[in-house]
Design a protein around this ligand. Structure first.
Ligand code: JHZ
Length: 335
C-alpha cells in the first residue's frame, strides 16, 4: 500500500452502488451527530456518503487518498495503527461506528488492529466490516481470493473466536454477493447489544459443513487441483483451434490464477484494464502485457478470460456487443 497503489474502489460501478446502499443501511441506525471512522478508506467511495457526519478515513496509499480528498472526504494518509491515532486520543475523540471493507483481512497484525479500534470505539459503538468469505471460496473454488494482500480469509467461526479474545461479541452477520461472496460482520463490546439469530444460524451451518476442519482444507486443495487441470485443458483446446484469448481486467486475483496454472503469453496475449496506472505494465510473474480497455473492441479476442468474475453482472451488461460479435467468456469459476 504505497504512494502509487493502483486499486480504486470506484473502478466498479456496482461497488459504488453497493457502498451507497451499505451506507444507507448504517445511517438508518445512526443519530445525526454520530461519528464514523473507516479503515482503508481508499478513494472515499464509501465515506462520501457520510459527508454530513463527523467522519475520518485512514488510507495509507497516497494515490487513492488524494482522490478522496478531492471528493471532500476527510482522509488521513496514514496506516491505521496505535502509533497513528494519537491526535484522536489527545482530543478524546471516540466513534459510534468503525468500518472496514475488504481491508481487515489485509492487516497482518490483527492484535494491534483490534487494540487500536478498541481505543477509539465508544462503549456502545459497533465495528462493522465486510470481507471475502471462506465458505464462498470453498464453494466456488475461487482460490484466486488468496494473494499477497489477502493475509486471511475469514469465516464466521473465526471472527466469533477472535471477538471473544478481546471481550467483544459478534452481534450480527449478513451475507453479501460482492467480490464473489463476502460476509458483513457486526461486532460490539460484550453484553451491550442483543445478538442476532443470524450468528447462531451461520455458525451452525459452518459446523455442519465441517468448514473449520483440516479435512475441508484438504478437500479445497484437491478441488483447486481439479479446477486447474480443467482450466488448462480448456485453454489448450481453445488454442489448438487457433483462437485468440485475452484477459479482461488485470485484477489482483488474476495473479494467483496465472501463476498457479502456469498461464503466460503462450495462451493469453494481453489483459485489458481500465486503470490508467496499470496500462503499459505487465502481470506479476507471467509478464502478460496490460493494455488499455479503450482498445478492446479494436483488438477483439475470440475468448475473453474474465478475471473480474466477481463483477460479472456489471461487465456482461456493458459488453453485450462482445457476445454479439461472436466473443465468448471463460473463467476458472462458474460464470
Ligand atoms: P476487482 C482489489 O482486488 C484489491 P482485485 C484488494 N486487495 C481487494 O481486496 C479487492 O480489490 C476489493 C479492472 N476492471 O475489483 C479495474 C476493468 O478493467 O475484482 C481494476 O484494475 N473493467 C484491495 O484487483 C480491477 O479490474 C471493469 O469493468 O481483484 C479491479 O478488480 C471492472 C469492473 C474492473 O479487484
Amino acid at each position: 500500500f504505497n504512494k502509487n497503489y493502483p486499486f480504486y474502489t470506484s473502478s466498479s460501478k456496482s461497488m459504488i452502488l453497493h457502498f451507497k446502499k451499505y451506507a444507507k443501511w448504517i445511517k438508518k441506525k445512526l443519530k445525526k451527530n454520530a461519528s464514523i471512522l473507516e479503515i482503508g478508506s481508499n478513494d472515499g467511495t464509501f465515506l462520501q456518503n457520510f459527508k454530513n457526519y463527523f467522519h475520518i478515513g485512514f488510507e495509507p496509499s497516497k494515490s487513492v487518498h488524494d482522490v478522496a480528498i478531492k471528493r471532500n472526504v476527510k482522509s488521513i494518509n496514514k496506516f491505521f495503527n496505535l502509533q497513528n491515532i494519537n491526535f484522536l486520543i489527545k482530543k478524546k475523540i471516540k466513534f459510534d461506528v468503525i468500518v472496514g471493507s475488504n481491508v481487515i483481512c489485509h492487516i497482518p497484525n490483527q492484535n494491534n488492529l483490534i487494540k487500536t479500534m478498541l481505543k477509539l470505539l465508544k462503549e456502545n459503538g459497533k465495528i462493522i466490516f465486510e470481507e471475502p468469505y471462506l465458505g464462498s471460496m470453498y464453494k466456488k473454488i475461487s482460490y484466486d481470493q488468496i494473494y499477497d494482500e489477502h493475509i486471511f480469509i475469514f469465516s464466521v467461526n473465526a471472527i466469533n473466536k477472535i471477538s471473544k479474545l478481546f471481550d467483544l461479541e459478534l452481534i450480527d452477520v449478513l451475507e453479501q454477493n460482492t467480490h464473489g461472496g463476502s460476509m458483513r460482520y457486526v461486532v460490539g463490546r460484550k453484553n451491550v447489544r442483543t445478538v442476532s439469530k443470524n450468528v447462531e444460524n451461520i455458525l451452525k451451518r459452518e459446523k455442519n459443513l465441517g468448514q473449520d476442519t483440516l479435512e475441508s482444507c484438504i478437500k479445497f486443495k484437491l478441488n483447486c487441483e481439479i479446477s486447474k487441470k480443467k482450466l488448462v485443458e480448456k485453454i489448450q483446446s481453445i488454442k489448438s483451434r487457433g483462437k485468440k484469448i485475452a484477459g479482461y481486467a488485470a485484477t489482483s486475483k488474476s495473479t494467483t490464477v496465472l501463476n498457479y496454472c502456469d498461464i503466460g503469453t503462450n495462451y493469453i496475449d494481453c489483459i485489458f484494464d481500465t486503470t490508467k496506472e496499470k496500462i503499459g505494465k505487465y502481470s506479476p510473474g507471467k509478464h502478460i502485457p496490460i493494455i488499455s480497455y479503450d482498445s478492446f473492441y479494436n483488438q477483439l479476442p475470440d475468448y475473453a478470460y474474465l478475471f473480474a468474475w466477481n463483477h460479472k453482472e456489471e461487465i456482461f451488461k456493458k459488453e453485450k456487443e462482445f457476445i454479439n460479435k461472436g466473443g465468448r467468456w471463460i473463467s476458472h469459476v462458474d460464470i
